[in-house]
Design a protein around this ligand. Sequence first.
Ligand SMILES: O=C(O)CCC(=O)C(=O)O
Ligand SMILES: [Fe+2]
Length: 310
Amino acid sequence: MVYETDSDVPVTFPVIDISLLSSEDELQKLRSILSSCGCFQATGHGISVECLDKMREVAQQFFALPVEEKQKYSRSPNEAYGYGDDLVVSDNQVETCCYRLLLRVFPEDQRRMNLWPENPADFGKTLHEYALKIRSVMNDLSKAMARSLELEENSFLNQFGDQPVLETRINFYPPCSRAEVLGVKPHLDRSTITILLQDKEVEGLQVLTDGEWHTVPVIPHALVINLGGLMQVMTNGMFKSPLHRVLTNGNKLRMSVAMLDEPEAEKEIGPLDQLVHHSSPRLYRSVRNFAAFNYECFQKGKNSLEELKI
Ligand SMILES: O=C(O)CCC(=O)C(=O)O
Ligand SMILES: [Fe+2]
C-alpha cells in the first residue's frame, strides 16, 4: 500500500491564538474545533523561539550521535522507556521507520536518569526547562477547555491527582524512499493533551478528520495541540481524540518532540458527572492506567475508545 500525501490539495488546518482564550468568542472557537477534529495549531503560547529551537537542537544532536553512543540509553526488551525503534510484535504488522527516545520528565523523582542522554551536555537542562513551559501551557489549555464547556476550570486537572505525569517522546524519522513504510502507524494518544513541536521544515503528521487524512502544515513556531483518548473519555465524547499517523519522507529526515500528560498511576478516570445527562448518557466506562490499555489495544489493531464504550 502507498500512502497518499495529498500535497496538492490545499487544506486549512485550524489555528488558534491561545493568548486570546480569555475571550468568549475564542473559547467558542476552541470548543467547536475540539468537538469536531480535536486538533489545532497553537500560536500565542508565549514560549520563545529560542527555547523551541534549543529543544530541537539538543534532540537533533542526540540523534546525530554514533549508534553505540545512543545505545547506552536503549530501552530494555518489553520496556517502553529509553531509546529504540518500534517493537515488532507480529509478522503482519505495518512496517514503520522511526527511532524515539521516551522519557518521564515529571514527577521529577520518577525520572530514570540512566536513560537521560549526557551528550549533548545541556540535553537534561534544556528538556527540563522546555517541559516546565509546556506544562504551564497544558494547564492553561486544560482550564480553557473546561471553561469552554461551562465547567469549573480545574475540572480536568483535579482528576489527575497530586503527582500528575508528563512524558516526552522525541521522534526521529530517517529518510525512507519506500512509500509503503510509515513513520508511525495510525494511533490515538494516551494523554489528555499532547503538545507537539514539529520539525521546522519537513511535514509528515496526518490527522484523520471526516474520514480523510489531512497533513498538518509546518508553522515553525506554532505548537500542535492534539487531544488524547483520555480527554474524549472525560468529556463523555464531547471532545474528540483524533487518529493520527506519520508518513516517511524519501529525501529528508524529520524530527518531532511530543509531550504527553497522564494522571497519577492507578487513578481511575471516567466521564465527568457534569457531562452525563439524560440527553447525553454515559458513553465510556472508567479506566485505570489508560496508557497501558491504549498501547495493548494499539498492538492488537483495536481502538481503545471503542473498547471502553458501554
Ligand atoms: O511525529 C509526529 O509528528 C507525531 C508523533 C506522534 O504522534 C506521537 O509521538 O504520538
Ligand atoms: Fe501521537
